[in-house]
Design a protein. Sequence first.
Length: 319
Amino acid sequence: MQYFVYIGRDSKTIELLSRLSIGVFYAAPNCSKAVKVLEKIREKYDAALFFEQVNISKDIADIQYMRKKYPGLYMVLVIDSLSKEEASEYLKAGINNTIKYETSQEALKDLSTFLKRRKDQKIKALQLKAQNINDSIRVLFIGNSYTHFNKLPDDIQKIAATQKIKLSYQACIRGGYSFKKHLQKQEEIEIIKKGRWDFVILQEHSEAPAKPTKVVAQETYPYARILDSLVHINSLEVHVIFYMTWGHKDGCLSPIADYPIIDTYIGMQERLKTSYLEMTYQNNAWCAPVGMVWQQVRRERPDYVLYWQDRTHPSPLGT
C-alpha cells in the first residue's frame, strides 16, 4: 500500500490527491499532525510527503525538520511558480521533486510507479545483503585529481584488506572537475543510477568551497544537494561521505579580489572546513575531515612533506 501525505490547506490539491486510486491519502494542516500520520506507516519507502508552498522561510524550516526526522522519505513541493534561486533553496533543504498545483493524474501515477521501484530496490538490497553477507563493500568515488593522485582509492582498498574487509570501487574522477561539472556527464549519472552503492565519496574542486559564503551557497551547495539526492534515490542503504580537502600550502593559488582570508593556508583551511561541514549538515551525510587532519599533522610534524611540488596536490605521504 502506498501513502500520500499532504501538509497544506489548498482545497484543489486536497481534492486531487484524495481522488487517487493508487494509494491512501491524508491531509495534515502542519508538520506535527503529519508526523502522527507518518509514525503509523511502517514502511516509509511506501510514502511521499507533499508540502504546500506558502512562505519560503517557514517552508524550508518545515522541510529541514521533516528531512532530519525521516532521511529516506520522498518529499515533493506543490508549487504555483518558482524562481531559480528559490528552487535552489528548497533543494538544499531536502525537497526531491516539485509538482504544479494543477498537476495531472498521470504525473501522480508516475510518482506511484517510482515509489514502488524504490521499495523494490530496498527489498532487493536487503535480500542480497542476507544472501551474500561476505560480498564486498561497494564504493563510488566522485572527485578530481585530489582523489586520483597516488591512486587514493587503491590505498583505501588495501587498508580495508588488512582489516579483512572486501572493498570494490568505481571512480568518476576528472581533473579540475566540480560537482556541477560531474552532473553534466551523463555517463556518471548512469553509474550513480546503477545503484547498490554502500558508500559514495563526494570531493569538490579544491578551491570552490573556499570561496565567499554567498558564492559557495550558489555554486557548490545546490549541486552537492543534487548529487546527494540522486545517490539516495538509487541506493537506498547508502552512506554519502563528503571528503573535506585541505588548503593549498601557502594560501589559495587563485586569489579573489577583496577576499584576503584565503590568501593564507589557515584562512583557506577554515573556509574549506566550514563549507564541507555545512554540506554534511544540510544533507544529513557523513564527513571525512581530511583537511582538519592535515592541519594537525602540519602543526605536529612540520618535517612531513604532505604536498607535491605544485604546493596543492598530495605527495605519496599526503595521500
